[in-house]
Design a binder for this molecule. Sequence first.
Ligand SMILES: Cc1cc2nc3c(=O)[nH]c(=O)nc-3n(C[C@H](O)[C@H](O)[C@H](O)COP(=O)(O)O)c2cc1C
Length: 379
Amino acid sequence: MSVSCCGQKIKLETSQNKNQSVMNKGKVLIVFFSHAGENYSVGNIKVGNTKLVADEIQKFTGGDEFEIVAEKSYDMPYNELIKLAKEETQRDEKPAFKGEVKDIAQYDTVFIGGPVWWGTYPQVMFTFFDKYDLNDKTIIPFTTHEGSGLASCVEDLKTAYPKAKVLDGFAIYGHEVRSKMNNVDNWLKGLGYYNMKSLIEQLHQGAHIDIRDTEYQQEVHSEIDRCRHLCFIINQTDPGEKEKVLSLEHKLIDDMAENAFLTPPFQIDLANCLHLGNNVFANHGLTVMSLGGITIEDGAMLGPEVGLFTVNHNPEDVRIVYTKPIIIKKGAWIGARVNIMPGVTIGEGAIVASGAVVTHDVESHTLVAGVPAKEIKKL
Ligand SMILES: Cc1cc2nc3c(=O)[nH]c(=O)nc-3n(C[C@H](O)[C@H](O)[C@H](O)COP(=O)(O)O)c2cc1C
């Protein structure tokens, strides 16, 4: 699904870490090592914890990434890797790595990050430190770990580059990287960087966002305010003035096919994340929370008082939200007072019986009912 939402980007400078601000300090390189596969506390992961943090830094800084990939393979069960890494550390081994950084002189600031392995960065990162002289640069260390924090990484970088300006560094638990990326974002903002992507784009890519953030208030609430105003006007308009209602609906929803129609009154919070196909019809009382993106395909019909909800809250801190899109495929029929929850796709020609709460995808041409909705029969 392609969801195009626009939002304003704003520059944020916080008072936090002001003395460590590196904004406007030139070109950024992000050097990191990360191990995908079986790992402590997160199971078998396709993308390593540190790589996710490095990618987030890239989004904020627009810098180039260099991933240190060892020539030898670390693709092995966790317990074997622990043993191997311990031996490498004890022997102060310097495993070779693949590739090279082109023109290291062009960079002014270098983020250096990796997992903590036996109290410091993996040995292959020290091979990198031996090869590249970063003494004239600002170095910003970061780690992901399972209890050691920055361990001796900052000290080891200061030893490797005694003349460089090595900042305090940032550490995050590996098992928290996926749910608490906003901690990384706050650290980067404190350094004077800001995210190049709109907040809505970030949410659509799985980001968890704190609704107290100024950026959230600016970008999301400006659209919410616009929609509230237009919904108010539409909901007050005489239903006899159908042309007027329709033209206001098109003003509200940019991506709405000519012959779609929503029966007022309705409440839509972010119309710029709502996409309506041909002949879509919704009866009165529709409630839409579309921050995560909602697509209703051609010919789908919605009964009275249907609710579509794409937003969820982090149970540890309910002010942190994340979203998943809803897709209602062609010709589906959603009964009265159905609620559809984040991430659900309703298949083509499916029917959802009145009063159902849909928490999982519904296959095409299937009737579901109940709370939570379960399959009744194939159609
Ligand atoms: C070989 C090995 C050694 C580790 N040693 C430590 C350690 O000394 N302290 C610690 O807090 N975590 C340790 N961990 C946990 C990792 O630092 C943590 O899971 C990290 O987030 C992994 O990042 P990655 O997925 O980017 O490789 C170790 C993990 C491995 C695989």
